[in-house]
Design a protein around this ligand. Structure first.
Ligand code: ADP
Ligand code: ASP
Ligand code: MG
Length: 412
């Protein structure tokens, strides 16, 4: 039988009513003749609550136990979804990650999927089961411990299952009806895109547009999975939502196609480090060993052999970063006068594959922010994106102004 993967995010399974509504959507596809693999997230807010408990115990928690705790949210939803389907007389069974087993690397809290054996679930399909409900976000390491795939990881579980089982399509049901030119919660002028290119979606996701986890887009691109984002709250036709697809499938497009933001950024500056060969390695090796995800890096001009080094990382990794750097200083691997953390910054990015061939985007972005009186703290660019760090209090204003400036509310 043809197979579909349907993924339901946290808000789509926030309570029993919503789980029933999602199950009904699944029932519609089953009635059309599809076998379905349903991937579920934890009920809305649950993962945050679990993470909060872990962090309350220690900011330097053991990532193995973090995974043991935070994976539990999805386990609950999977069972509830299977029960709901059974009540509707749809033959369904649930699987947790380790039961599949979905094998991952041992990188706890940010594990990567290595293998999804299909025999277990396929045997059940052959026996007449119509829906396999799988807990998203989680797997099992080669050492036999539960792992998680990073926040938003159920998207990645869904795409990986679609690839492994050769599903006709991977539908991501969420609380918005597709991918927009920017987060529709920030400006009502945000426009829904019918299609978006893998490359652009990849950039938007990695720059903070949490509608899809970055890794899920990477996998869809690599395995050519037909990936669709749509709303679980509306009746859906077969071409609803946004299709994430190859660039060649897209007819019209603006130079800038999306504005992404990441709210929880921190800017850290090491004041007065010796400007000598090996200094960057001395700073960023301990940070990497401590699991800090460094994003932007700027080294200032040096004066009398000393310089300042600035980098950004997620706000919740500041404590880790501070510890790693002060430990390195104590060991004598590194010397600096002071370490200053600014935890009130946000990153705003403009993304578009059109930037490859058109210049002037950076200038326009900087002029727009200037006109709003917004100071830029750090800049970074790549082939199809420009990012800036600004004060967090200007986040909404900056996104709205850039959305207007680049005319994203309509197709050029
Ligand atoms: P789920 O729980 O279904 O996985 P998420 O909260 O992870 O949902 O992702 C959906 C949210 O992503 C939306 O509610 C929206 O606020 C946010 N979002 C950010 N950028 C975009 C964008 N460009 N298009 C659509 N949604 C976006
Ligand atoms: N529940 C996890 C999270 O909130 C995974 C997911 O929903 O995709 O990050
Ligand atoms: Mg999500």
């Amino acid at each position: 039988m043809p197979l579909l993967v349907m993924k339901f995010g946290g808000t789509s399974v926030a309570n029993i009513d919503r789980i029933r509504r999602a199950a009904k959507r699944v029932g519609v596809e089953v009635a059309k003749g599809y076998d379905v693999i349903v991937i579920v997230s934890a009920m809305a807010g649950r993962t945050n609550e679990l993470v909060g408990w872990v962090e309350e115990i220690s900011p330097f928690y053991d990532a193995r136990e973090y995974d043991a705790v935070v994976s539990s949210g999805e386990a609950v939803t999977a069972g509830l979804m299977a029960l709901t389907l059974q009540e509707m007389d749809v033959p369904a069974r649930s699987w947790q990650g380790w039961q599949v087993p979905l094998i991952t690397t041992s990188a706890h809290s940010a594990a990567r999927i290595e293998d999804i054996p299909t025999d277990n679930i396929n045997t059940k399909f052959a026996e007449g089961m119509r829906v396999a409900v799988v807990a998203g976000f989680q797997g099992i390491s080669p050492e036999g411990r539960i792992t998680t795939l990073g926040r938003g990881g159920s998207d990645t579980t869904a795409v990986a299952f679609a690839a492994a089982f050769g599903a006709e399509r991977c539908d991501i049901y969420t609380d918005v009806d597709g991918v927009y030119t920017t987060d529709p919660r920030i400006t009502e002028k945000a426009r829904k895109l019918d299609k978006i290119a893998f490359e652009e979606m990849l950039e938007l996701a990695s720059l903070g547009a949490k509608v899809l986890q970055t890794r899920s887009v990477e996998l869809a691109m690599r395995y050519n999975v037909r990936l669709r984002v749509l709303s679980s709250f509306e009746e859906q036709s077969d071409d609803a939502g946004t299709l994430v697809c190859a660039e060649e499938e897209i007819m019209e497009s603006n130079v800038v196609n999306g504005i992404a933001y990441s709210r929880d950024e921190a800017k850290m500056t090491l004041i007065s480090v010796a400007d000598r060969p090996g200094i960057a390695a001395a700073i960023f090796t301990p940070l990497s060993d401590a699991g800090v995800n460094v994003d932007m890096i700027v080294q200032n001009i040096s004066e009398e052999g000393r310089t300042d080094m600035t980098f950004s990382c997620p706000t919740n990794q500041v404590a880790r970063a501070e510890k790693a750097l002060t430990d390195a200083k104590k060991k004598g691997d590194l010397n600096f006068h002071d370490l200053v953390a600014d935890t009130n910054v946000a990153k705003i990015s403009a993304v578009g594959i059109g930037m490859r061939s058109q210049s002037g985007v950076a200038a326009k972005m900087f002029q727009t922010l200037r006109d709003e009186g917004i100071n830029i703290k750090v800049i970074s660019t790549s082939e199809i994106k420009i990012s800036v760090l600004i004060d967090r209090k200007y986040l909404e204003l900056a996104v709205q102004a850039l959305h207007d400036a680049f005319g994203l509310d309509k197709v050029a």
